[in-house]
Structures are given as C-alpha cells and as structure tokens.
Design a binder for this molecule. Structure first.
Ligand SMILES: Cc1cc2nc3c(=O)[nH]c(=O)nc-3n(C[C@H](O)[C@H](O)[C@H](O)COP(=O)(O)OP(=O)(O)OC[C@H]3O[C@@H](n4cnc5c(N)ncnc54)[C@H](O)[C@@H]3O)c2cc1C
Length: 387
C-alpha cells in the first residue's frame, strides 16, 4: 500500500487545482476521480466560465477573487494555449438594486476599474441588449472568459509533471483512520492508499457519500443551460467588441447570465438562468435533457431581452449546481478528522475561484496557512439547525 502526503478526491476544478498546487509545492500527491479526465457530470464540464471581480455577491469574496485572478494569469503563462479570453463584463439591472448596487459596491471597495452606464449609454454601446428606461449597468473592462475544460486539463497535466499520480474511473468509498492520524482510503475496486491528509472536492456527491456532516447545508440542483444563434441582420451586435460576458437582472428578479459566441468551439451565445429553473435532484441523476416548459420559458425571456437572437435554442443541456443554504461557499476541515479538508457548495458561481481555492486547500492539507482568510466560508457560520 502506497503512502502520500495529500490525496485529493474528485477532480473537478477544485480538485484539479488542489492537485496542481500540492504537487507543485513538493508534496507527494494522488488524485482520484470517479470518471475520466473530462466528463459530463458534476459542475465543472463545458468549455467556458465567467470571471468577474465587481462581485455583486459581496465584498467578502474580494481577497479570493484577487488571488484567483493572479493565479489564472500565472496559469496562462505556462502555455501558449488560450486559457483566458478578455471580453469585459456588463452587469445590468434595475437602478440601484441587487446586481447593480452590489457590483458597484464591490468594485469601489476593491478599486476595480468600472464604469456606471445609464439606459441610454447601455443601448448605444451594447445594442444586443433590450434595455428599458430605469435600467443601469456596471461595466467591468477587466472581466473575462475562463476556458473551463482547458484550465482543468492544464492543471492536471502540470500536477503530473510535478510528480502527482492519478486514478481515473475509481470512486473513493471509504476514508478511515489507520495508524495515529494517518488516513486509509479505499476505492470501489478495493485498492487502498494511505495519506497524511485528504482533500474532498466531490461537488454534489460530497455530503451524500463522504462527508454526511455537511448534509444539512448542501443540496444539489439540476439547472439548464442554452445556446442561441443571432439573427443575420444583428450579427454585428454580437461580435466580441459589442457583446461582453453579462449578468442581466430582470425587473421580475430573475437573473440571467451569458457568454458571447466565438470564444470556444461551442456554437452560439451561451445563456442560462442563475436563480430559476432549478430542479432538486440527487447527484447521480444524470438526465441531461431540458424540459419543454423550461425551453419555452427561456425563449420568452430571450425574445424580450435579446431581439437580435433567434429565441429557439440551437442546443440545451442540464448541469449541476451544488447549493449551500445561503449560497456562499463551504470551505474548511471535517469535524470528524481534522486532516480531512473540503471545499464545495459553490452555488453556481465557484469556478472563477478554483485557482485560489485549490491553492488554499493544498496549503491547509500540508499544515500551512493559506494566504487568504477563509473564515467567511466556515461551516460554523450556520447555527446547529443548518440555517
Ligand atoms: C451551467 C453552469 C454554469 C456555470 N457558470 C459559472 C461561471 O460562469 N463562473 C463561475 O465562476 N462558476 C460557474 N459555475 C459554477 C462552477 O462551474 C462550479 O462552482 C464548479 O465547477 C464546482 O466545481 P467542483 O470541483 O466543486 O465540483 P464538480 O465539478 O462537481 O467536481 C466534483 C468531482 O468529484 C468527482 N467525484 C464525486 N464523488 C467521487 C468519489 N467518491 N470518488 C472520486 N471522485 C468523485 C466527480 O466525478 C466530479 O468530477 C457554473 C456551473 C454550471 C453548472
């Protein structure tokens, strides 16, 4: 049986990043993943994710965002492959409410370059959006697209170059104590490994399988994502100069996000609801098709908000959100064994933080202090009833 300093369970973005940072710092490291290096389950698959720092979700994310931004740039410097595609980001909503207010506050607090645009200015500069009077936007020129599959594979590749080992197609079934504080890890085919520390980054599977202590705080939802073609006469409105990554808070409270076409091999503009069409499910619910009702509802919003898009999606697919009860992350050490660490419940907005969360988990697993204070994401913020 082989011994490791750190074993990482689950190689989505959080686990791949942890594996990379642990291996790079010299720890003997093993990553175990149920599926292959790429697959369609969990939350990290697909080609693109949004990175933005004018974060309407709150200033507490700023230190992690700043560190993540630095680390994405460092990762980009390791390859000629394009991992980051600058697009700018626009965050639209009714004046001085939710997304607009939150984005402005965080941008100001973090001295992040931004502009405040009124409805007329948005219409002039970004004609793809239908903007009623009374809407406002924060434009962040430094926002970008992260090439999701590519960054994850680059991290795994660099981890292996730094000595990490991997087991794909193996599921961790049990983690228990063996000698002293050393942990014994058993996979579904009976293989056993020993580790000084384990990092669990199994997304929607986390509370169900390996960390039931988190089950009051985590739930998994199936959420659809759609792709739309532009109508020919509006082609110009959707070129990368005119169409940044976006959040659009509808006056009815529904929040829609999107990524322009052309950054990846995916055809069409990628659009989804962030806070609607969530279907409670178990993590093994691998149904990928989207219901007719959800497609029809999204088409109605597209017709209203993007008159230059064909409202009938060219493709749609379901993905997972691992939600915490307050939609903030859960990062910390297990109550049961203090050398088991975890990060999850990234509640549909975690990918952009993956570079920095992986770094912090790798340090924690080696008994070192992470550069960022993670106490805002501790489970202890909930009372015993899980609220
Ligand atoms: C449609 C969609 C759009 C999104 N857009 C954005 C965005 O624009 N920006 C952003 O920042 N975030 C975005 N997110 C959120 C982001 O993608 C997730 O927060 C992030 O991918 C979560 O990664 P993870 O590593 O925690 O989990 P996962 O990706 O779910 O990875 C968990 C891994 O663990 C493996 N596993 C599970 N159990 C075991 C076991 N017992 N043994 C071994 N392996 C196991 C699984 O196979 C899986 O590979 C989006 C999410 C979705 C679904």
């Amino acid at each position: 049986m082989k011994d490791y300093d750190v074993i990482v369970v689950g190689l989505g973005i959080m686990g791949s990043s942890t594996l990379f940072h642990a291996a790079r710092s010299g720890a003997s490291t093993l990553g175990i993943e149920s599926f292959g290096p790429t697959h369609q389950f969990g939350s990290s698959h697909g080609e693109t994710r949004i990175f933005r720092r004018a974060y309407w979700e709150g200033e507490k994310y700023l230190p992690l965002l700043n560190r993540a931004h630095q680390l994405w740039a460092e990762l980009q410097a390791t390859t000629d492959e394009k991992l980051i595609v600058p697009t700018g980001g626009i965050f639209i909503g009714p004046q001085s409410t939710g997304v607009v207010k939150g984005s402005r506050n965080t941008a100001k607090a973090g001295a992040i370059a931004h502009e405040v645009l009124d409805a007329t200015q948005i219409r002039r500069r970004f004609p793809a959006f239908h903007i009623p009077d009374g809407m406002e936007a924060i434009y962040e020129p430094g926002a970008y697209i992260i090439m999701a599959n590519k960054v994850r594979l680059q991290m795994i590749d660099l981890a292996i170059q730094n000595g990490a080992e991997t087991r794909f197609g193996r599921m961790v079934k049990k983690i228990e104590k063996c000698d002293g504080s050393v942990l014994l890890i058993t996979t579904n085919d009976g293989e056993k490994f020993r580790a000084r520390s384990v990092v669990i980054t199994t997304g929607p599977w986390m509370a169900r399988d390996l960390l039931p202590e988190l089950s009051n705080h985590i739930s998994s939802k199936r959420v659809p994502i759609y792709w739309f073609d532009n109508l020919d006469k509006h082609k110009q409105d959707f070129t990368s100069d005119n169409f940044p990554v976006f959040l659009y808070e509808h006056p009815d409270g529904h929040l829609i996000y999107g990524i322009p076409a052309g950054a990846s091999s995916e055809r069409g503009v990628k659009i989804g609801f962030h806070n609607r069409q969530h279907v409670p499910c178990t993590p093994n619910d691998i149904k990928k098709t989207v219901s007719k009702q959800h497609i029809a509802e999204m088409s109605r919003y597209i017709k209203q908000l993007f008159p230059g898009l064909n409202p009938h999606p060219i493709a749609s697919r379901s993905c997972f959100y691992t939600m915490s009860t307050d939609e903030n992350f859960l990062i910390g050490a297990s109550e049961k064994f203090s050398n088991i660490f975890f990060a999850s419940a990234c509640s549909g907005h975690g990918f952009k933080f993956g570079s920095a969360i992986g770094e912090s988990l790798a340090l924690l697993a080696q008994g070192k202090r992470p550069p960022i204070d993670l106490s805002a994401f501790a489970v202890s913020r909930f009372d015993v009833s899980g609220k």
